[in-house]
Design a protein around this ligand. Structure first.
Ligand SMILES: Nc1nc2c(c(=O)[nH]1)N[C@H]1C(S)=C(S)[C@@H](COP(=O)(O)OP(=O)(O)OC[C@H]3O[C@@H](n4cnc5c(=O)[nH]c(N)nc54)[C@H](O)[C@@H]3O)O[C@H]1N2
Ligand SMILES: Nc1nc2c(c(=O)[nH]1)N[C@H]1C(S)=C(S)[C@@H](COP(=O)(O)OP(=O)(O)OC[C@H]3O[C@@H](n4cnc5c(=O)[nH]c(N)nc54)[C@H](O)[C@@H]3O)O[C@H]1N2
Ligand code: SF4
Ligand SMILES: [Mo]
Length: 729
């Protein structure tokens, strides 16, 4: 007997519904797009189609591992947790809680455990040495949103299905399937935009597949988007094209700041002709509705926060913020009691480099400093959950060495890889099909309001769920006994019954607790969040609950985005802060950059449709073919530099030998290397055969976006040399 089951794909931000066929043994025999999912409507990509193979990868760890010197020993769960407890006690008794560091990697955003148990774990560890993929990714957006709208999660998304004009910078959704913009079948949505007469403009140093689908592609020099966006703002002001539709503070300051960036001046820095900048401004202003959307290419850059800020400045200046067809805020089903206090930044600083905290964490660009530098608060015990910073953090090679010097490291990860090989204990989570799935984080950024829950499809077979692993670590770190979920539920219910307008104000906590449904702590918590959420049975205008989601396994459409700025705004002033002082201050750095001579050649990254950062290279169907680790370079540069076949690429931090992929789709003076490769010597058999090299041996941890501390991966100065050159490195 085969069975057909449905679940959300956990592999990227597009949250596609999948339909899987399983044989009697529970093996996946086919994966298709779920046609009945109201959001993804049957869309699937090659990664989703490989979910079965990934899930059944024989190289996945099934039991905890303890490292003894160079050797690994499979152990039972109790022994593994006991070893962690002993290691933690030993380090913290001598060196205190600040000697603990944590790195939370990208998949935490894609699984329930990371979303529900990450925060309790961090709290119980009691350290400020918290790091995550966010500062290698989107922290500039959180900082810009926090300062402008008062909440770091108040991130407007382009209203893709209704907009008439989309200006997209530094994103390539035809490969990535979208980011900070949850939109299954992003390609189809872009085609539909054009089919209804809309216009798509893509700004990218490469003519990407997304650019190929656009009405217009504009080449831009890496790292210069803030100049380009300011040039557009300058034109809007100069030509009196602004139509601000909300109450804002700081319009005059933005106008003043923009005066320093006229199109002809920024044109020299960005490589975008002045007349194109002026035309883009006019088109944005003239479009019936329009949205500016920017992603990783503009975030992981020297002026990342300024660029993210200017994106929404343009959305405000053109009257497009919070209106249909413009840039809008989603209303996720599990939203409850957004923090009331206005956003602050830099409440503490990192010990070694004095970098400010953002969203409660420190920049991953300074993780190695904090491990290597002796003194009070030096990290000696490290926890990694779903992260591979040796390959994904700037100058990962330095972290590789630093991890080797830790007193103790524990990794929650299904693979023995470049990072976890340094752990003393590896705790493997179960397979995706054994795990429940709800997209707490990603539905904050959906282009339609939508909800869907997938129950675990296969039994756990005596293994703890990832939720249970993180809960147990939390209990070890806190020294408390008891049920973490009950504790969290109790706290949340107490808050809700005290909160006017929660829908359960003044009710009895025990009675509410008794009314919760679910087979696990995670499900009970989901049920609570759904019931208290804006469509919830208790608080909202609807009847959402876990039960309702279980009755609707293909998901539920909750309608198009609706204007809701007033609900989202959390600034102290109660209005949009268009010119936050921290950002106006950073404009000085941007102005100074205009005077500097740009490097002759800079490095940027890229993503391939069949990749996923550092961890899908062990699935045969996803590697090889066009998914290879090559250096894209313009043929003019190949000729000018006398290159052939392979080359040496050298940065301030390292040197690599790379195969060249000459292509005129990349600007002269720019080269592109994908990240996440470099699996030489890996215990993962397929990945080791497709090792590639790690782009993050070249990136520089000393370069950061100042307001957010975010890593700079795009616009890294490099030199390219023929392989015949004998190097001093
Ligand atoms: N040069 C350069 N570097 C970059 C980027 C770039 O564009 N250029 N992009 C950056 C970005 S945007 C990001 S998000 C980071 C990502 O970098 P990381 O945060 O390091 O994440 P991944 O590389 O995706 O590694 C994921 C790890 O989680 C494990 N894993 C997978 N699923 C699960 C699970 O369900 N549970 C647990 N516990 N573990 C799991 C995998 O085995 C792997 O070890 O990389 C950044 N690094
Ligand atoms: N297939 C696949 N999908 C993924 C991932 C993956 O690794 N593979 N990773 C996931 C993750 S963690 C994330 S954060 C998202 C990211 O999602 P996207 O932001 O769409 O990521 P990319 O495909 O890397 O597209 C970034 C684009 O920015 C361009 N670029 C580089 N530098 C600059 C610059 O200075 N200015 C401008 N304007 N453009 C620049 C690059 O050429 C590239 O085309 O993708 C997610 N989805
Ligand atoms: S686009 Fe993303 S969510 Fe959809 S099937 Fe592919 S990897 Fe999964
Ligand atoms: Mo990311």
């Amino acid at each position: 007997m085969t069975s057909t089951v449905h679940r959300t794909c956990p592999l990227c931000e597009a949250v596609c519904g999948l339909t899987l066929t399983l044989d009697e043994g529970g093996h996946v025999t086919s994966v298709r797009g779920d046609k009945e999912d109201p959001f993804s409507k049957g869309f699937i990509c090659p990664k989703g189609a490989s979910l079965g193979r990934l899930d059944e990868d024989p190289d996945r760890l099934r039991k905890p591992l303890i490292r003894e010197g160079e050797l690994w020993r499979e152990v039972g769960w109790d022994e593994a947790f006991a070893a962690v407890k002993q290691g933690l006690d030993q380090v913290t008794e001598r060196h205190g809680r600040q000697s603990v560091g944590v790195y939370l990697g990208n998949p935490n955003v894609h699984n329930m455990a990371g979303q529900l148990y990450g925060t309790p774990l961090l709290k119980s560890l009691g350290t400020r040495n918290i790091f995550s993929a966010s500062t290698a990714d989107q922290m500039p957006k959180h900082v810009a949103s926090g300062l402008m709208f008062g909440h770091p999660l108040a991130v407007p998304v382009p209203d893709l299905d209704r907009t008439d004009y989309l200006l997209m910078l530094g994103a390539n959704p035809l490969e990535s399937n979208g980011s900070l913009c949850t939109a299954p079948d992003f390609p189809g949505r872009l085609k539909a935009l054009r089919a209804r007469g809309g216009r798509l403009v893509v700004v990218d140093p490469r003519r990407t597949r997304t650019a190929g689908l656009a009405d217009e592609h504009v080449f831009v020099r890496p790292g210069t988007d803030a100049y380009l966006l300011f040039g557009i703002a300058h034109t809007l002001f100069a030509e009196d094209l602004t139509t601000v539709a909300h109450e804002v503070n700081g319009l005059d300051e933005v106008r003043e700041a923009a005066k320093h960036f006229p199109p002809d001046v920024v044109s020299r820095r960005t490589g975008v002709p002045a007349e194109v900048i002026v035309r883009l401004a006019r088109e944005l202003a003239a479009a019936r509705t329009a949205a500016v959307y920017a992603r990783i290419g503009t975030c992981t850059a020297e002026f990342g926060t300024l660029a993210q800020w200017l994106v929404d400045v343009l959305n405000v200046l053109t009257g497009n913020l919070d209106r249909p067809g413009g840039a809008m805020f989603a209303k996720p089903a599990t939203e409850f009691g957004l923090a009331r206090r206005p956003y602050t930044l830099g409440r503490w600083k990192s010990r070694v480099r004095g970098l400010p905290e953002a969203n409660g964490e420190l920049p991953v660009a300074t993780l190695a400093d904090e491990i290597e530098t002796p003194g009070d608060g030096q990290i000696r015990f490290l926890v990694t959950v779903a992260g591979n910073p040796v390959l994904s953090a700037p100058h990962g090679a330095r972290l590789d060495a630093a991890f080797g010097r830790l007193d103790f490291m524990v990794s929650v990860d299904p693979y023995l890889n470049e990072t976890t090989k340094h752990a003393n204990v590896i705790l493997p989570p179960p397979r995706a099909l054994q795990s429940g799935h709800y997209d707490f984080a990603l539905l904050n950024f959906a282009v339609r309001n939508y909800t869907r829950y997938s129950r675990p499809l296969l039994p756990l077979d005596g293994q703890p769920s990832e939720a249970q692993i993180l809960a147990r670590l939390t209990m070890i770190a806190s020294g408390l006994d008891g049920d973490l979920d009950e504790f969290v539920i109790d706290q949340m219910l107490r808050k809700a019954v005290d909160l006017p307008g929660s829908g359960v104000e003044g009710r009895d906590v025990a009675e509410l607790r008794a009314a919760l449904d679910g087979d696990s702590g995670a499900e009970l918590r989901l049920d609570l969040m759904l019931k208290l959420g804006p469509y919830g049975e208790w608080a909202g205008k609807g009847d959402l609950s876990l039960r309702k989601l279980l009755d609707n396994p293909h998901g539920l459409d909750l309608g198009p985005l609706e204007p809701r700025l007033a609900e989202v705004l959390r600034t102290a002033s109660g209005v949009i802060e268009l010119a936050p002082p921290q950002l106006i201050e950073d404009v000085e750095r941007l102005r100074a950059g205009l005077e500097q001579e740009p490097p002759e050649i800079v490095l940027i990254g890229r993503r391939h449709l069949r990749s996923n950062n550092s961890w899908l290279h062990n699935v045969g169907s996803l590697v090889g073919g066009s998914n290879t680790c090559t250096l894209q370079i313009n043929p003019a540069d190949v000729a000018r530099l006398g290159l052939d076949g392979e080359a040496l690429i050298r940065s301030a931090k390292g040197e690599l030998r790379v195969p060249l992929e000459p292509t005129d789709t990349i600007m002269p003076g720019v080269v592109s290397l994908p990240h996440g490769w470099g699996h030489g010597g890996s215990a993962q058999t397929v990945a080791a055969e497709h090792a590639g090299v790690s782009a993050n041996e070249l990136t520089d941890e000393s370069a950061i976006d100042v307001p957010s501390g975010n890593a700079v991966f795009n616009g890294v100065p490099v030199t390219i040399l023929p392989t015949s050159v004998i190097t001093a490195h």
